[in-house]
Ligand binder design. Sequence first.
Ligand SMILES: Nc1ncnc2c1ncn2[C@@H]1O[C@H](COP(=O)(O)OP(=O)(O)OP(=O)(O)O)[C@@H](O)[C@H]1O
Ligand SMILES: [Mg+2]
Length: 252
Amino acid sequence: MSTLEIKDLHVSVTTEDGPKEILKGVTLTIKDGETHAIMGPNGSGKSTLAYSIAGHPKYTVTSGTVTLDGDDVLEMSVDERARAGLFLAMQYPVEVPGVSVANFLRTAKTAIDGEAPKLRTWVKDVNAAMAENGLDSTFSTRSVNEGFSGGEKKRHEIAQLNLLNPKVAVLDETDSGLDIDALKTVSEGVNRFAEAGDKGVLLITHYTRILRYIKPDFVHVFVAGRIAEQGGPELADQLEAEGYDKYVNAAV
Ligand SMILES: Nc1ncnc2c1ncn2[C@@H]1O[C@H](COP(=O)(O)OP(=O)(O)OP(=O)(O)O)[C@@H](O)[C@H]1O
Ligand SMILES: [Mg+2]
């Protein structure tokens, strides 16, 4: 069982002119076994939602709640959120010079499981996860994301997802910058995770392309800090054909 429940979430950022509200009442429940896609125009607050769930200090929750299986996520530190089973693949993965991929993954796995993974099986698991996501073993010794191409960063995020095996994965534009083959590879990585059962996926994307490989149960249209519409996969096709105008105009 894992349910991520977001209720009437309001989030602000600090600007030179004072606080600016970005999320204006987001309500969304992701139950285990469900994949939700969020689509919406640039600047509508999709990444803000992802970062707020993960606990990025730049975002201040002014009201509303986020719970995972009833536990208050907003009370948790970033580490505690990861240990509770939340995972965020960032739109722009950060480079961590001096920290190798192998060390990073082992540290993350140890922190989340509360004990170090067994060395023999771990090396095998890492190599398998990297290979499944189209990264050769030389990536293990490189610094995290340093000099990785855009697509390699995204593949590495999904290798992490497969290794860390959280309860709920928030994937922010994991499909951006991927070549045609990588899109398939990465989608398979997400599906492997989702199909392991009792998992929730929140997939933020601009393109219906990825939704051909990763079948969402629900599609949400995100406009001006809120969910403006929700539906099934057919909603993504409608957006592709008609754009966001209807929703943007209604939001003004
Ligand atoms: N420090 C800041 N000062 C002013 N505005 C900010 C600040 N930080 C974020 N914003 C604004 O918050 C809005 C939401 O940004 P966010 O990154 O969540 O959008 P998004 O929906 O993920 O867009 P995209 O599709 O381009 O990734 C944007 O308009 C952005 O400019
Ligand atoms: Mg974004």
